[in-house]
Design a protein around this ligand. Sequence first.
Ligand SMILES: Nc1ncnc2c1ncn2[C@@H]1O[C@H](COP(=O)(O)OP(=O)(O)OP(=O)(O)O)[C@@H](O)[C@H]1O
Length: 441
Amino acid sequence: MSENRLWNHIIEDLQNRLERDDFDLWIKPLAAQMGANDNLTLLCPSRFHLKRLRETYLPMVNNFLENQGEQVKLNCKVAVPSNSRGENQSNRQMNLPSIKRGMPLLNNRFKFDRFVAGGGNELAFAAAKALAGEKRFFSNTLLLVSDTGLGKSHLTQSVGHYVMETQPNARVAYLTAEDFANQMISALRRKNMDAFKEHFRRECDILLLEEIPFLAGKEKTQDELGFTLDALLDAGKRIILTSCQVPNEIKGIKRNLESRISSGMTINIEPPDHRTRVNILAHQAHEEGMVVDPEVLEYLAQEIPEDIRRLQSSLVGIMAQGSLTNRPMDLGLAVEIVGKMTHRKKKVNVETIRDMVARIYGMEISTLTSRSRRKVVTVPRNMAMYLCRKHTSASYATIGRSFNRDHATVMYGVNQIDRKIANDPKLQKEMSHIEQRLGVR
Ligand SMILES: Nc1ncnc2c1ncn2[C@@H]1O[C@H](COP(=O)(O)OP(=O)(O)OP(=O)(O)O)[C@@H](O)[C@H]1O
């Protein structure tokens, strides 16, 4: 494949997988160069950028290339001009480890030593560490519950890393409930359910399964997961599950699966207190080798109290701006970056919302705006129209033009969601996921 086409495919894949902010900050500034012997080199603007790229995004690119069957060797380097001694720093290429088939795809940053324990998450941290170790833990199942961005994935993947590093014979399965459902559907289609069952029930020593609420309403998948959990627990294997809601609040989860999920230890991760938030930021700055004024850290911790993902991304924004433009990383820059994060809220329009909702629900825009009255289409359509009312100043009639609907139909759809949302946690979770992807949350 030509350099351009391959790079465009990689970009497209990353765009689908990453939050818009992360994509804009880390992927957009890259350039790609195809060299001899199928060497693809990614050029990034700074060493700071390079470090983050290697740790977080290149494993995804490697995995994508492997899935595409591309025999490409991936390198990355800083594309800076020659320095005063005439050495071309861009020659300091780094070869990246390729991913072995069958190894779970874990984020290299999600390790125990990068998790800051403190008010809100101490118990979850201790329980995850205990379960990862080989010492007997008093329960083989751990369920982590929290709102978005509070460390469920970080802890779950830390367990995966730890087990792979310290117990090399242990077979680790890390996936989301959605992956589990998709793999099951594809096994059913290919008529190889036996292999699917064998894989999860007998070829797995520790199961790390995220985002359980995805299974709401999917009864067959729930039954299969129930049998899988039974087989693993009978064999004394370890299981970590994550959810944004406690199991008895997830509508559409069958009673027998709910009781299996809740059979072990359930821990709620609370939002971190102010001191822990400052510590998380200080730890992050230290890891990146950056010196940031403590006043800046205090300011960010105060302005962004709930979601650690947003908290960290504000600091990353400051460090990236500072290192690219040589601006001091001071309170002035912090106020500007936080201001921009808030200002961006107003930037979405009816079309961006409509297109994002279609993308998230895996349908064409023409399907979302079609006459279809199937629930899988009407619910996302109503959600999209509701978000347009909430985040833009567009009138019902203007929204209607983008959805092929009249003013009254838009009003009815928006009201439907308005009435449901207060009492429907699954809908709330989906809504906040879309809002996060839109950068309005
Ligand atoms: N205590 C912590 N110390 C350091 N980093 C943290 C901590 N808690 C969360 N983070 C960071 O915050 C970001 C979000 O965390 P994570 O993805 O684990 O959240 P989550 O609870 O799984 O969210 P979601 O429900 O949206 O999937 C990650 O970058 C993670 O490294």
